[in-house]
Structures are given as C-alpha cells and as structure tokens.
Design a binder for this molecule. Structure first.
Ligand code: FMN
Length: 382
C-alpha cells in the first residue's frame, strides 16, 4: 500500500524538544505514586482531579513536560498505594484533551507493549494534543511488572535487542510510507501499517538508561537522555553529560538533550528542608517497598558496604534516585545553576506534596531561575 497523499507532514515545534529555555522542566510521576517511597501523610495521592489541577498549574507556569511513569504491579504487594498508577496512553489522551501547550509523555515498556499498538496509541494522543505527544521508552527492570503478562525479564543486552527491533518497527509505522512485513528475532509482523497518522514528524522520545548499552540506545534513538545523580558533584555530572553528548554526536551525528530526575523540597530554610526529608525518608520511609525493589533489582546489594547500602536506600525512598533539590529557595536556585553549568538541559521534577510543592516552586523558584537567565517568562509557542 502506498500513501502518497499523506506521507508529507509539516515539521512543527514540539513543546519539549524545541523549547529555548536553558533549563527545561517537567513534572514526573503524577499518574501514580510520585517518586518517594514513604508513608508520610503529605505523600501524593493520585486522582484524576489532582492530575487536572497539576496539569493546569504546570501549563500556567510554562513547564515543558507532563510525564507519566509506567508500572504494572505495586512495589509493596496487593493494595499498596504504589500500585495506584493510571495506564499511560489512556492518561495521556485525557491530559491532551484538557491542556493546550505542555508536552505529554507516555512511559511504556517496550518489552511489553507491541509497537503496532504503541504507534496507534501515540498517534491518537498526538492528534488529540495537536502535536504534543511523546514517549519515555523503558526496557523494564522489575520482574513483577513483566510477570503479570507472563513475560520473564530478559538479560540486559537482550532487552536492548528487543528495543532495537521495536524502534525500527515504530519508526517505520510512524513514517507511514508503506505497509511492510517484518521478521526479526523478537517480532514477526505481517502487513504492518499505522492509521490514523500522528501530527508530528516524530514524537519526542526519552530514554533513561544509564548503562553503557542504555546510553547508546538513548543516543541513537531518542531526543532526551538522562544522567544519574549517583554522584551529585557537579564535576561528576558534567563528566556524564559530556559522555552522553559526545556519544550522540560522534556515533550518531546527533544533538541530544540531557536531563535529570530530581526531587524538590523547598522550605524557608535549608535546615528545615533537610529535616523534612529526614522525617519522610528515615522516620516514615516505606521500608517494605524498598526491600521488595532491592530484592528484585539486579544490583547485588549484599556486595555494598553498610554505608553505601544505607545511602542507596535513602536515595530510593527520597525520590527514586533523583537528584536532591533540597533547601531554601536561594540554595535550590544555586543548585539548578550549577547543574545547568554542568550541561544539564532539563529536569523531571517530583515532590512529596505535588500540588503545594509545584505552587511554591512557581512562586519562589521560577522567578529566581528567570533572574539567573535559566528560563524565560512563559510565552506561548505558535
Ligand atoms: C526519570 C526516569 C524515569 C523512569 N521511569 C520508569 C518507569 O516509569 N517504569 C520503569 O519500569 N522504569 C523506569 N525507569 C527506569 C529506566 O528506564 C531504566 O530501566 C533504568 O534506568 C535501567 O536502564 P539501564 O540498565 O540502561 O541503566 C526510569 C528511570 C528514570 C531515570
């Protein structure tokens, strides 16, 4: 089948990819449990109403991205709050219908979600949002997420082999030039074709792999790669950023954006902010969920020193290994500046109390970031 009638699409601006802000901002994990593993009463409770309020606030503040997380099983067993996570394409379609400007990212496991389904679902979100759709491609690391589908977690390299085939199929479907058969090691497809067509030339693609293989996958296929906060020193972050950028440009001739995930705790004083984190992480942390995650993870925690193990558990509970943007407004603005100087282009932010946290961020942080030349006051893109 040929589709001469519909195969040329105008290129258009994407709220995430084409933002000129030196620091781009996204809200992450609002379709579910956020990023903190804690029983603290301020923790985020996902409802559709809270999503509506957060989407409206994030748009008014000029944030570039509204980003979902994807899991299929709670971290703490049946009935646990971390399982209350809305499906990400359904969520994205609804968010698209009630927003006008922000980029909407569906996170999906490429080892579970067939590319033919993903292309159709993403095109649908792209049509509803008038070209603001994107995807965060995750390969899967938590066996229970896959086992509910009867799928066992593949070895690390094999997951990325699936990812390579998936990406080739998705790109051909999205390009939509002609119907095709595909026979690979993991996919066998007859007469693949995607209708309806999306609006963008290609949706904005994110991948957060930090292994050498993950970084290569992000550099090859995605618009946004992520660096880790494992060593939060700006020089260490810069080293990671430089490595990602240079891999994208030397191997694949591409510019790529480099983002980080970060949790924000903003209080009047840095001491107060640190005490608040200590309370929700150490006093009221959800240790059972953390233990389940660590038991399922490929990191052999028995090889870690007690100090390293406790640091890891703290970072997991505080904001799923995100960078700690913790302190008074001047201190947090300074952290943003340092990370921007290290080359970080954007942040996926999480809070404990998303609504109060995002509102305060808008009041106290954004003016400081604007003053520092890191963001311009929001102007609608045309
Ligand atoms: C910001 C961010 C968001 C992520 N979101 C999810 C998610 O929603 N679901 C999931 O299963 N994995 C998620 N991951 C995990 C990564 O996609 C990836 O599996 C992990 O970093 C391991 O890749 P690697 O082996 O290349 O380091 C996320 C990671 C980051 C940093």
């Amino acid at each position: 089948m040929t589709t001469d009638m519909i195969d040329s699409k105008p290129s258009r601006l994407n709220p995430i990819r084409d933002s000129k802000n030196r620091i781009k901002l996204g809200v992450f994990g609002i379709n579910g449990n956020g990023a903190a593993l804690t029983l603290h009463p301020d923790r985020y409770q996902c409802t559709w109403d809270s999503n509506l309020r957060l989407a409206e606030m994030a748009e008014e503040l000029g944030f570039e991205a509204f980003v979902s997380a994807a899991h299929w099983k709670s971290f703490g067993g049946d009935g646990h709050y971390s399982g209350d996570l809305m499906e990400t394409f359904t969520w994205a379609g609804a968010v698209a219908a009630v927003t006008k400007r922000i980029g909407i990212i569906s996170t999906l496991h490429v080892t579970l979600i067939h590319p033919v389904f993903a292309a159709k679902a993403e095109a649908t979100v792209d049509l509803i949002s008038n070209g603001r759709a994107g995807m965060n491609l995750v390969l899967g690391w938590n066996p229970p997420d896959l086992q509910v589908f009867g799928v066992e977690l593949k070895g690390h390299d094999a997951r990325f082999e699936v990812g390579e085939e998936w990406m080739e199929i998705f790109d051909r479907l999205w390009e939509g030039k002609e119907s095709f058969d595909y026979r690979g090691k993991y996919f066998d497809i007859k007469g693949a074709y995607n209708q309806p067509r999306g609006i963008q030339t290609r949706p904005a693609l994110l991948n957060a792999g930090r292994s050498a293989r993950g970084r290569e996958f992000a550099a090859k296929h995605c618009d946004i790669a992520f660096v880790s906060a494992h060593d939060p020193a700006p020089e260490a972050i810069k080293k990671q950023v430089d490595a990602c950028r240079s891999e994208a440009s030397t191997k694949f001739g591409k510019d790529i954006q480099i983002w980080m995930s970060a949790y924000v705790v903003l209080k009047d004083t840095t001491k107060e902010a640190q005490e608040y984190v200590h309370d929700y992480v150490v006093t009221q942390g959800d240790d059972a969920a953390v233990q389940n995650i660590l038991n399922n993870s490929e990191i052999d925690t028995t090889k870690l020193s007690p100090e390293a193990a406790s640091k890891q558990s703290f970072s997991l509970k505080a904001g799923f290994y995100g960078y700690p943007l913790v302190g008074d407004p001047d201190h947090v603005a300074e952290l943003f500046k340092n990370l921007s100087d290290a080359g970080v282009d954007g942040f996926l932010l999480t809070w404990l109390d998303y609504e109060g946290g995002l509102a305060r961020f808008g009041r106290e942080l954004l003016p400081r970031l604007e003053k520092a030349g890191l963001r311009a006051p929001f102007i609608e893109m045309v």
